[in-house]
Design a protein around this ligand. Structure first.
Ligand code: GZL
Length: 319
């Protein structure tokens, strides 16, 4: 073996050894909170994945406050974790803390939401196509109502979050070609059941006791489940008098569908951590740089998709 080849081989071994030594032992996870059943399932699956892969997970619940997430990331950096998972509550305000992580050479992986920061400030983002989810929901409603006049009320997700922004855009894209469909009221329910119920109560009051509402589009199932309660308390039949379409595919929306009280949901997998850990392990092994966006599937489920069976299949998955 010539000296040159020997040097190249030694260098390659040194790089792979360094990468291997840097392999993640401790991972910091800045989670938004537990605002929805879907979020709880994401946390459960992330903990399970970390345990199965032998990582120590430092978990921080931000109670849906960005300042708590930023503080948690700074603490992870101070601890010298090997990687950071971040589910960003809102899309803006991350540049400086992500710069600090980059300075510390700690890879950051975004889970289920996007940030407005430059993509050189994170290794990759794992999530669904949020605009597409809104389009699938809007298209389902357009198909369901045909040419009938349909006044829609919308429960938006957390103000300033990428799912709230993009799911609104996608739904509006889908209904834009249908003059008989119009969003007459739209307000945030912050992705929670309680606020979904509260805001739906105000919509019902403002819309002739709900008589003038044809459909509800909720940016997640939890707000839809809360709204269904409000619709029933107003003496109106959800799923019939008011069509209900939402996103996440959590067990309780399938329960509502089986009871005829909801009509459609767009599935969002809570397993974002699996692809995230796969990307980190490839990066640690030999420096493989992942795509900047790892997209998860979005599947439509309606009342004709065995909702009772889908409920049973999901009810013990940590939602
Ligand atoms: C979407 C995710 C949303 C879920 C909600 O990617 O961020 O946050 O749809 C959750 O249930 O609150």
């Amino acid at each position: 073996m010539t000296t040159n080849t020997l040097m190249t081989t030694v260098a390659a071994l040194a790089i792979s050894a360094t990468a291997a030594m840097a392999e993640g032992e401790t991972i910091g996870f800045s989670q938004i909170g537990s605002e929805s059943g879907w979020r709880a399932a994401e946390t459960t699956l992330t903990r399970n994945q970390a345990e199965e892969r032998g990582y120590q997970l430092q978990f921080s619940d931000a109670q849906q406050k960005q300042e708590n997430q930023i503080a948690a990331i700074r603490s992870f950096i101070a601890q010298g974790v090997d990687a950071i998972l971040l589910a960003p509550v809102v899309a803006t305000g991350w540049d400086s803390v992500l710069e600090e992580a980059k300075e510390a050479e700690i890879p950051v992986v975004l889970l289920d939401r996007q940030v407005d920061s430059s993509d050189d400030l994170y290794l990759t983002a794992v999530g669904s196509n949020l605009v597409h989810e809104g389009e699938v929901a809007g298209q389902w409603l357009a198909d369901a109502v045909g040419d009938k006049e349909c006044r829609i009320v919308e429960l938006q997700g957390t103000t300033g979050s990428s799912p709230a922004i993009d799911r609104k855009t996608g739904f509006e894209n889908a209904i834009s070609g249908h003059d008989n469909l119009s969003i007459v009221r739209s307000q945030t329910g912050d992705f929670t059941r309680a606020q979904g119920k509260e805001v739906m109560e105000s919509f019902l009051q403002a819309e002739n006791g709900g008589q003038d509402i044809c459909a509800l589009y909720a940016h997640n199932d939890d707000m839809a489940v809360g709204a269904i309660q409000a619709i029933k308390e107003a003496g109106i039949a959800p799923g019939k008098d008011i069509l209900v379409v939402s996103i996440d595919a959590v067990p309780d929306i399938f329960k509502a569908m089986a009871d005829g009280e909801a009509n459609a949901t767009v599935e969002l997998t809570p397993n974002m951590a699996g692809p995230a850990f796969d990307a980190l392990e490839a990066y640690w092994a030999d420096g493989t740089m992942p795509e900047k966006f790892i997209q998860t599937e979005s599947k439509l489920y309606t009342q004709s998709d065995d909702p009772a069976g889908e409920y049973e299949a999901r009810k013990d998955l940590g939602y």
